[in-house]
Design a protein around this ligand. Structure first.
Ligand SMILES: Cc1cc2nc3c(=O)[nH]c(=O)nc-3n(C[C@H](O)[C@H](O)[C@H](O)COP(=O)(O)OP(=O)(O)OC[C@H]3O[C@@H](n4cnc5c(N)ncnc54)[C@H](O)[C@@H]3O)c2cc1C
Length: 489
């Protein structure tokens, strides 16, 4: 078997990594402005996390039933189909880009051009290497969930809040019959809404922060009426179904023998410290828990794109008004620039598509009025995203619900006590050193699950050091593919 990457055509003028709302909007916009675009996605179907659809084999008659805003997706999908038929977009589903490297000095404008190395295929034994050449790259790789551990969180039945949503949207299955939803951030309301709509009982939604924090910034809220309407829809649906939303509450332990049978719920003070004596048990057979999302930055960090700190204690890519990153020839849109939701991803994708077309073809990036309108919309949605991030930023007191035996790194089974010893006893000051001393973050997920928690326990904050997002390969790659001779220039 050859390990040389199959050259998938090209060079393309633009390669878009990620076919979620941001990548789809960028790809169709750029192609409609005349570019030849390659659209790659690790998933088998376009839509990303938000427009995730039931697997084809399930034969779902109404894939839109668990979604809102489906018409925006239907429009993108229709445009994608037309552009593929016209030969302007080549769509590569099930292609995981594992690295992007500069190629030559480029033609004009100092833009080097890029090679994208991807693994194609849905099953490990069928994976094959693919190489794509493009002049411009757009990173629209989305986000993953942020997890804060608690005793019992490794029991079967405890899953990520976003994962519960993904299970429901793609597999049409419930994680349990009686599901406690907990953590922080508006995703919890969407998840509770979907679970109850699909027939689960949600005895409580425990929000560790407080929604009152939004009320102090009315002007920002009033500029995004769509968000207010969405919140009202979620709140009234939950009210109708008898779901209680408790602010400043957290699941501080899960209990069960073979799988989760109950959780301990506690009230939190403003710093997220559990209030003594406020504990109570809630019976359940599943827990959907998540503390917001973290931008997925591996490819961008390897390329050296500059980042900015975000109000939730994380980091995101720094982009300009045209969604350009600090690296010439690399654009970013959607959650990679900071967690902001689907509407922001769509508008940023459109702006990125326009500015790529403008920079590459030197053509106007579209009617001025459309661009001005999109820029205003982006500014309003970004302001709301910052408000949301600040409102749900985890407080330092969350570590108060851990015990020394609580597993932090699930891949390598590293407990809290070992990390404390590395920090307090051996003098580790950063997550890299903690990793070397304890193996926390050294396993299969490479710290994507435990990174924020390890950083907090190390004292470096939720985002960890900027280098914590550095992972030379964005997914596991067989050695044979790494050993292949480089392509001739
Ligand atoms: C698990 C989860 C569940 C969510 N559920 C909801 C919800 O119910 N309601 C809601 O309002 N918001 C939800 N969100 C947030 C919402 O999905 C985002 O706001 C929105 O989808 C952002 O769009 P995006 O295009 O930036 O990223 P995404 O939609 O995440 O799209 C990113 C795409 O990039 C692809 N990708 C990533 N890395 C690579 C790579 N190296 N190579 C190739 N492809 C790659 C992924 O397969 C994915 O299709 C969820 C997020 C997550 C992580």
């Amino acid at each position: 078997m050859t390990t040389s990457p199959c050259d998938a055509g090209g060079p393309y003028e633009s390669a878009v990594v990620g076919a979620g709302p941001a990548g789809l909007a960028a790809a169709v916009t750029a192609a409609e402005l005349g570019l030849r675009v390659a659209l790659l996605d690790a998933g088998e179907r376009p839509g990303g996390q938000f427009y995730r659809q039931p697997a084809a084999a399930l034969g779902a008659g109404r894939p839109e039933a668990l979604h809102h805003g489906w018409s925006a997706y239907a429009d993108l999908e229709r445009r994608l189909r037309a552009l593929r038929e016209a030969g302007r977009i080549r769509y590569f589903p099930a292609h995981h880009v594992w690295t992007v490297v500069p190629e030559g000095a480029g033609g004009d404008g100092g833009m080097p051009g890029w090679r994208l190395h991807a693994l194609a295929g849905t099953r490990v034994e069928e994976e094959r290497p693919v190489l794509i050449h493009a002049r411009a790259v757009l990173l629209a790789t989305g986000a993953y969930e942020r997890h804060l551990p608690f005793p019992g969180w490794t029991l079967p039945g405890v899953i990520g809040a976003g994962a519960a949503q993904a299970m429901l949207k793609s597999g049409l299955v419930l994680p349990g019959r009686r599901v406690v939803v907990a953590g922080s951030g508006p995703l919890l309301l969407a998840v509770a809404g979907s679970l109850t709509a699909a027939g689960a009982k949600v005895p409580v939604v425990a929000e560790a922060s407080c929604y009152a924090a939004y009320a102090r910034r009315w002007p920002t809220l009033l500029r995004v009426p769509g968000k207010l309407a969405e919140a009202a829809v979620h709140a009234s649906a939950l009210l109708r179904r008898g779901v209680r939303v408790l602010n400043r509450h957290a699941v501080i332990a899960a209990h069960g023998a073979e799988r989760v049978e109950a959780v301990t719920l506690a009230r939190l003070d403003r710093g997220w410290r559990p209030v003594p004596g406020s504990d109570r048990r809630v019976r359940c057979d599943a827990v959907a828990v998540g503390h917001g999302l973290v931008p997925q930055l591996e490819l961008a960090m390897e390329l050296g794109c500059a980042t900015r700190p975000t109000p939730d204690g994380g980091v995101a890519l720094r982009v300009d008004g045209g969604q350009r990153t600090s690296v010439a020839g690399v654009w970013a849109a959607g959650e990679t620039g900071g967690i902001g939701g689907v509407e922001l991803a769509l508008v940023e994708g459109e702006l990125a598509g326009r500015s790529i077309a403008s920079d590459l073809h030197g053509t106007p990036d579209g009617p001025r009025r459309d661009i001005a309108r999109a820029a205003v919309r982006r500014a309003r949605l970004r302001a709301f995203a910052d408000l949301m991030a600040a409102a749900h930023r985890p407080g330092p007191g969350w570590t108060g619900w851990l015990t020394d035996a609580t597993a932090v790194c699930r891949c390598e089974e590293v407990p809290v006590g070992l990390i404390k010893e590395a920090v307090g006893g051996l003098g580790a000051h950063d997550t890299r050193t903690v990793k070397l001393l304890t193996r926390a973050g050294m396993g299969w997920c490479q710290g994507r699950m435990c990174g924020p928690a390890v950083a907090c326990l190390t004292g470096s904050g939720l985002a960890a050091e900027p280098g914590a997002h550095r992972r030379p390969l964005s997914c596991p790659v067989p050695l044979g593919h790494l050993a292949e001779p480089p392509d001739p220039p």
